[in-house]
Write a protein that binds this ligand. Structure first.
Ligand code: HEC
Length: 201
């Protein structure tokens, strides 16, 4: 559900950026008439896209167990770019409009950086489920029952929350420690995922 929402959010972000790219190009190349025409034509679409962009963004924020520094920076950049864009296009101020477009692109770039960081080993995954599928399913399986290299069946685990957090943090026998790879909040999230979605299923 959250993944579908994430894709919808990306779609809105791409459309939003595209509209602003065209507007910025028209403004910078002094095509005032064309800019006005384009603004008129895309007015309703832009309103829907901006609303979708913000609404899906806010929804996603309510779904993440940890709000990272990177997310805060992204939100601030996006929120900053909106008034800049409004003033920039109204007053046809090229500097403000360009700056606003630049902020949107930078925050877009940050989103990709977060993905790269994930590929580099540090998971910045959103939910316990994503962390589990990324790091744990290899041995424990999607449903917790795989038992690869002696992994315990998580659907029948008798461990309480504290012990689950401890084993993820410190590891045991062939199960590695996740102290370095995951933040304490992520460990909490994945432990909760085991308890609510795998245990007893
Ligand atoms: C390399 C394979 C491997 C990976 C990857 C792995 N585990 Fe394990 N896990 C094991 C093994 C083996 C055990 C049994 C350890 C023992 O008791 O000797 C175990 C035990 C556990 C237990 C204790 C279950 C019980 O009832 O005793 C939990 C909880 C657990 N793992 C969670 C996780 C989580 C969460 C992740 C991902 C962050 C993970 N594991 C990744 C192999 C793995």
């Amino acid at each position: 559900m959250a993944t579908g929402m994430l894709h919808t959010h990306y779609l809105f972000v791409v459309l939003f950026t595209l509209i602003y790219l065209i507007k910025t190009i028209l403004l910078l190349s002094d095509r005032d008439e064309l800019l006005e025409k384009f603004k008129k034509k895309t007015k309703v679409a832009e309103m829907i896209i901006s609303f979708g962009f913000l609404a899906t963004g806010i929804f996603l924020l309510t779904q993440v167990p940890v709000i990272t520094m990177l997310m805060i920076v992204k939100i601030v950049l996006v929120l900053l770019s909106i008034p800049l864009a409004v003033i920039g296009y109204k007053k046809k101020n090229k500097i403000l409009a360009t700056l606003s477009f630049f902020l949107i692109v930078v925050s877009f770039g940050l989103a990709h950086k977060a993905k790269d960081a994930k590929a580099g080993g540090k998971t910045l995954a959103l939910s316990g489920k994503e962390i589990y599928n990324d790091k744990c399913a290899l041995c424990h399986g999607d449903n917790g029952k795989l038992g690869m290299s002696g992994a315990k069946d998580l659907s029948v685990t008798q461990m309480d929350h504290t012990n689950i957090v401890t084993i993820i943090t410190n590891g045991k026998n062939t199960m590695a420690s996740y102290k370095e790879a995951l933040t304490p909040e992520q460990i909490e999230a994945v432990a909760s995922y085991i308890e609510t979605d795998l245990k007893g299923k």
